[in-house]
Design a protein around this ligand. Structure first.
Ligand code: HPA
Length: 272
């Protein structure tokens, strides 16, 4: 089956299950899935029930779509995402973005847990992603390009919408959240970085590192979707503090910031 037919098949299945057309997509990262619990009048659909969807394997990731209303907006949220390190090709990692586009989303808010490489950050900070560096040495657009999905050579000079960044910034001020801004670098994982790699990361201009988001943003931009990215700095990246990194710390930090995170995203949704 060709790629377009696969997308249509997934999206036709979802259209039968839901009775709204979503306008905004949300990708909820590790520990941040709780936001989907706030969605009203919701329909929940397990990834495993959707034709052509891969299956999520990471603990702390639920693996389902939640569709409904939040702050008066029609949203479709991914509670859990697919990662390159799980072994999926980037075409599969980003497949849900193609399907959400086909369902009608025009904006996408992507979130993630990230390691802070910028020494002025601290665990628990929220960071607006200004721009990214693809350090995964792969790209979801490699292979045949389907013009109906987007151009062969998409411009990435404004991958993260200035309007959405400004809204996120204004909203965080109103909420008294000391939000950070920075560049996010995608590395494949699943091993965390070494201190030497983090030194390199900072030389290259990244403020935060993580194992997701960039492939999804590339596909969203290719599809003509407006993107906002928010990282939760769950830990300082390797070598910055004298302590080992752990997934437990990542989840514990997201637990601590969840109230701010939920308030922030809700208020952004209200304003866009
Ligand atoms: N490195 C990469 N990915 C991450 C980190 C990190 O330090 N923290 C959360 N996700």
């Amino acid at each position: 089956m060709d790629f377009i037919t696969k997308i249509k098949q997934s999206s036709d299945y979802l259209k039968k299950e839901i009775n709204i057309k979503p306008d905004i997509g949300l990708v909820l990262g590790s520990g941040l899935g709780i936001l989907a619990d706030e969605i009203k009048n919701k329909t929940t659909i397990k990834y495993s029930d959707i034709p052509n969807f891969p299956k999520s394997t990471v603990k702390g990731h639920k693996g389902q779509l939640v569709i409904g209303e939040l702050e008066g907006k029609k949203v479709i949220a991914m509670q859990g995402r697919f990662h390159y390190y799980e072994g999926y090709p980037l075409k599969d990692v980003t497949f849900p973005i193609r399907v959400m586009k086909d369902l009608g989303i025009e904006k996408l808010i992507v979130t993630n847990a990230a390691g802070g490489a910028n020494k002025s950050f601290k665990p628990g900070d929220l960071m607006i992603i200004k721009d990214h560096i693809n350090f995964g040495f792969d790209n979801p657009l490699i292979g045949e390009n389907f013009e109906e999905l987007g151009p062969r050579f998409p411009d990435m000079s404004n991958a993260y919408s200035k309007d959405l960044i400004n809204t996120a910034y204004d909203v965080s001020k109103e909420l008294n959240i000391d939000i950070k801004e920075g560049n996010y670098m995608f590395l494949t994982g699943p091993s965390y970085e070494t201190p030497a790699e983090i030194k390199m990361v900072t030389y290259l201009g990244a403020d935060a590192v993580g194992m997701s988001t960039v492939p999804e943003v590339i596909v969203a931009v290719h599809s003509g979707i407006e993107v906002l990215g928010i990282s939760c700095i769950t830990n300082m990246a390797a070598g910055i503090l004298e302590q080992p990194l752990s997934h437990k710390e990542v989840i514990e930090t997201t637990e601590k910031v969840k109230d701010d995170f939920i308030m922030l995203i809700r208020k952004i949704l209200f304003n866009i």
